[in-house]
Each structure stands twice: as structure tokens, then as C-alpha cells.
Design a protein around this ligand. Structure first.
Ligand SMILES: NC(=O)c1ccc[n+]([C@@H]2O[C@H](COP(=O)([O-])OP(=O)(O)OC[C@H]3O[C@@H](n4cnc5c(N)ncnc54)[C@H](O)[C@@H]3O)[C@@H](O)[C@H]2O)c1
Length: 511
């Protein structure tokens, strides 16, 4: 017996996903991998689940070549037929939704319903992409010259490299994969090195669909690895679009490498999201919203509420109610259906939690709730509320990816809007108010500067039908719904002359 969870009867369901003790971490039509062997640990007990053999740089090279080769075939398939393949991927995921959701819960540490919810997001975006496959296209524009047709043609960029973060090990790949495929691109995925089993399990599901349709598996390639593979992708001229989801720190390095070669990038980086509660807010909406958005996923969502700005007239009452609700959050094994709050993903995150609390206290903050590492196996920490900090204290302006909520007291709308916008990140933001004028000021040019701007709902839980992403140090990318598909395509402005003279634009005579 190897001591791996996969060998215990309780976790035998992992085999339904095609996983075993040792798993190849490269897929490019066939499975392989001869790089570093990494063990994936369960954050709820820090026990090893199974192992994955990552890609070497030589295997990355071979995979890029095979993926580009596969593009030649994929790009020729009409978009609605590509949509049909994406539909089948969605259906294949539907069949495995519970078991794949359980793996996400076991490996990432989020609660089971959120693990399943993540797979559901991939399924939903597949459905969305099927419709999109019959709708993408450009306008026919009025030409100023007689006998000319002016049209916009959209073509796939080619190979889309997808680097994802640990906290959404399925959905973020799904958002990119479904839309990129429909647009006529091939994909090369590198997931987070701490969630490699999820990357392998998802790729197995997608690969089976491709293979059943006699398509090259390399249409959806995968190279497991860390910064080495990620850097290779960022520097690689053959990666026509690099979609990167992760921290602002790493995203900035990646962005510079891609810019160096004038490549395309789609950046989904860190957030520092605020809820602003005005004096006229319905506190019965505020309390559950703030608790869900700050405690949910143990504070490990890019859209987690990190700053709660309370009008001075409601400050004390809201802090009291939220602190009470925090103490009632059911903490436990993430796969237990009654659990609402699971562990942090890694031991390093526990250290970051402790360091942030220490800094917050040094900068004038007071613990209103939580603040301790929990005495149980796994990376469990108490969900924490800190009051009394200045709105511009350095720790308040830092995204620490743990469940710490900073509560700030404000007096005026102007002040609250300014505080919302003064951080470097610009992902998600919410106000709670009944004042219609304030709602439209919030949505307008002097309101929130974020990519996601909400009213009377929390900062987290975005719908995939809208464009998802944020401004400033969040990177400016948009993925998933609305017209985000345009990020995965290149636009050509085409002028076609169909008459006998050759009039030039702007009335220029050249004779
Ligand atoms: N805006 C969004 O949509 C969104 C969504 C999820 C997570 N996030 C952000 O992600 C962060 C948490 O995720 P994380 O800890 O996995 O982030 P991270 O930046 O540590 O890692 C992200 C990915 O980058 C890879 N990587 C590391 N070094 C690299 C390098 N030098 N070159 C290329 N790739 C490299 C990692 O292996 C991983 O796959 C948070 O900041 C969170 O806000 C943002």
C-alpha cells in the first residue's frame, strides 16, 4: 500500500476519472510526460492523493508542434460543426459532473457544491459556445466609394495558450477552451502545479470526445508544469494568444514576456473587491451577501470581498451581525454536504494568513472575529474580520488570498467611491442602497472603475453570460460571455471592388 488516497476504498471513485497512482501529465494526441514527478495533496488533511509526471521542455516543444499541426484541420471545420464538438464536450462533462466536482473538492479544497458548480460553469459555457458558433461574424459596412464592399472578417488567432490558477482548476480552462475552440483555435493548457489531477481528469474527458470524432487529440493539448512551462509559453511566438489567470505579480512578468514579442494576451489577475453599504441599505440583504462573498471558498476567489465599507450610521450594527454570522459558518471536510467553509489550499497560504493579520494589527487594525489557525488536520484557519484600519493602510491595499475581511467606516458617498477606486486592482465591486440616483452615479463615469459593478448583490458569483474581467492591475482581459469571443479572433477589414473604375478613398485623385 503506497499511502496514497487513491488506493483507499473511500476514494476509489477517483478511478472513474481514469486516474491512477501515477498519471502522465502531457497530452498531445497521446499521453506522456517524463519530467518532474509531483504529488498532489489534499488540503483538508495534507495527505497525498496521487502523482503526476510533468512535461519536460522537450515535451512542451513536441506538443506545440503537434497542436499547431492539429490547427490546420480544425480551422477548416465550419464553425457550427466545431460548435457540435463543443456541445459533445459539454455533454461528456455533464456525465462526470459529480465525480469531477468531488475531485475539485478533494484537490483544491473548495466545498463539494462549489466543485460541482465549477464543472457546471464549463458545461454552461459549452452550451453558450454552441449558440455562438452560429453567430460570430462581422458587419458589412457602408463603403464611401461606389462599387466597393467593405466587410469585417474574423479569423481564429491559431494556438491559444491557457495558463490557469489553482482556485478555479476547471471553470477557467472551460471558459477559455469552449470559446477558443468555437472560434477555430486549438488550445494548449497548463494548469496550476497544485491541481494537476484535475487538469489530467478534464483533459481525459475532452480527449475522449475528440478521439471519438476521429479528430486529432492535440486540438486540446495539455502540458503539466510550473513556471518553466509557463515561461516557455509566454515567450513562444507560436502561442498566438496567451490567456493567463493568476496573481498580478506573476501576470505582470508574463505580460512583459508576451509584449516583448508583440504577442496577444488575455490577463485575468488579482482583485481587491469592495462592498459599500450605505445608510439606506437593506441590511437583511447585506449580511448574507457580505458573509457569502468574504467567507465563501475560504476567501480564495478572485472576486472575494476583501474590503467592507460601512456607512458610519450602520457600521456597528453590521459588524455585530456579520461577526455573529461568521461564528455560525459550518467548518469541516469540503466534501461533507453540510460544510460551508473548507481549508486553505496550501500551507504557504496559512503562513500568508498569519503574516497579514500581524501586519494589519501593526497598522492599527483590531480583530473583531477569528484570527487563528485551527487545531485540526489540514490548512484550516478561522474566517477573520478586522476593523479600525485606515482605508489606505498598506495591508488593505494588498490582495492576500485568504479569508480576511477589512471593515472600513465612511461618511460620504464621494469618499466611499474614491476608496473603492484607489486600490491598484479593478475587478469587482458592489454597493447596497435604495437610492436610484446613487445607483446610476455608481455605474457612471465617476462611479466604480471595476470590470464588474454590482448593486445589491455581492462581489462574487458572476454569471458567465457577461464578459468577465477587470481593469488596472487586474489586467484588462475579458473572457466568457458578451463579445469576449473577439479576444480569441483577429479582425481583418476587407474591401472588395466589384466595378470598373478605381475611385480612391477621401476623393484622392492619383493620375
Ligand atoms: N481575475 C480572474 O479571473 C482570476 C481568477 C482566478 C484567480 N485569479 C487570481 O489568481 C491568484 C491565485 O492563483 P495562484 O496562486 O494560482 O496564482 P499564481 O500567479 O501563483 O499562478 C498562476 C499560474 O501561473 C503559473 N506561473 C507561475 N510562475 C510563472 C511564470 N514565471 N511564467 C508563467 N506562468 C507562471 C502557475 O504555475 C499557475 O499555473 C489570485 O491573485 C487571484 O485573484 C484571478
Amino acid at each position: 500500500m503506497s499511502g496514497l488516497l487513491i488506493n483507499q476504498p473511500k476514494y476509489s471513485w477517483l478511478k472513474e476519472l481514469g486516474l491512477s497512482e501515477d498519471n502522465p501529465g502531457v497530452y498531445n494526441g497521446s499521453w506522456g510526460g517524463s519530467g518532474e514527478v509531483i504529488t498532489s495533496y489534499c488540503p483538508a488533511n495534507n495527505e497525498p492523493i496521487a502523482r503526476v509526471t510533468q512535461a519536460t521542455l522537450a515535451e512542451y516543444e513536441e506538443t506545440v508542434q503537434k497542436t499547431r499541426e492539429a490547427w490546420k484541420m480544425w480551422a477548416d471545420i465550419p464553425a457550427p460543426k466545431r460548435g457540435e464538438i463543443v456541445r459533445q464536450i459539454g455533454d461528456a462533462l455533464r456525465k462526470k459532473i459529480k465525480v469531477l466536482g468531488s475531485l475539485v473538492s478533494l484537490e483544491m479544497g473548495k466545498i463539494y457544491v462549489e466543485g460541482v458548480g465549477e464543472v457546471q460553469e464549463y458545461v454552461d459555457v459549452c452550451d453558450y459556445a454552441v449558440g455562438l458558433s452560429r453567430m460570430i461574424g462581422g458587419p458589412v459596412l457602408p463603403s464611401e466609394r461606389p462599387g466597393h464592399a467593405l466587410i469585417e472578417q474574423w479569423n481564429p488567432v491559431g494556438l491559444v495558450g491557457i495558463i490557469t490558477a489553482f482556485n478555479f482548476p476547471v471553470a477557467v480552462y472551460g471558459w477559455n477552451n469552449a470559446i477558443a475552440l468555437t472560434c477555430g483555435n486549438v488550445c494548449l493548457w497548463k494548469g496550476a502545479p497544485t491541481t494537476p489531477l484535475t487538469s489530467v481528469a478534464v483533459t481525459k474527458i475532452v480527449a475522449e470526445v475528440l478521439e471519438q470524432n476521429n479528430l486529432p487529440g492535440a486540438i486540446c493539448s495539455m502540458t503539466c508544469g510550473g513556471a518553466d512551462i509557463g515561461t516557455a509559453m509566454a515567450k513562444d511566438e507560436r502561442v498566438d494568444l496567451l490567456s493567463f489567470t493568476g496573481s498580478t505579480h506573476v501576470g505582470k512578468m508574463v505580460a512583459m514576456m508576451v509584449q516583448e514579442r508583440f504577442g496577444r494576451k488575455l490577463l485575468e489577475l488579482g482583485g481587491n473587491n469592495a462592498i459599500i453599504v450605505f445608510e439606506d441599505a437593506d441590511l437583511n440583504l447585506v449580511v448574507p451577501s457580505a458573509v457569502f462573498a468574504s467567507v465563501g471558498t475560504a476567501g480564495q476567489r478572485c472576486t472575494t470581498t476583501r474590503r467592507l465599507m460601512l456607512h458610519e450610521s450602520v457600521h456597528d450594527a453590521v459588524v455585530e451581525r456579520i461577526a455573529k454570522a461568521y461564528k455560525q459558518v459550518r467548518i469541516g471536510d469540503p466534501w461533507d454536504p453540510s460544510t460551508l467553509y473548507g481549508p486553505l489550499h496550501t500551507k504557504q497560504a496559512v503562513d500568508q494568513y498569519l503574516a497579514a493579520i500581524e501586519q494589519a494589527e501593526q497598522q492599527g487594525g483590531t480583530l473583531a472575529c477569528g484570527g487563528k489557525v485551527m487545531d485540526r488536520p489540514g490548512n484550516y484557519v478561522e474566517p477573520t474580520i478586522i476593523t479600525g484600519l485606515a482605508h489606505d493602510a498598506p495591508i488593505v491595499h494588498t490582495e492576500t488570498f485568504v479569508p480576511i475581511l477589512y471593515v472600513l467606516k465612511f461618511k460620504t458617498e464621494e469618499e466611499a467611491f474614491a476608496w473603492n477606486n484607489e486600490v491598484q486592482q479593478g475587478l469587482s465591486s458592489s454597493i447596497f442602497t435604495k437610492d436610484l440616483g446613487r445607483v446610476f452615479r455608481w455605474l457612471g463615469p465617476k462611479g466604480s472603475d471595476c470590470g464588474i459593478v454590482n448593486v445589491n448583490i455581492p462581489t462574487s458569483g458572476a454569471e458567465f453570460g457577461g464578459a468577465f474581467g477587470g481593469e488596472k492591475h487586474t489586467g484588462g482581459g475579458r473572457e466568457s460571455g458578451s463579445d469576449s469571443w473577439k479576444q480569441y479572433m483577429r479582425r481583418s477589414t476587407c474591401t472588395i471592388y466589384y466595378s470598373k473604375d478605381l475611385p480612391l478613398a477621401q476623393g484622392i485623385k492619383f493620375e
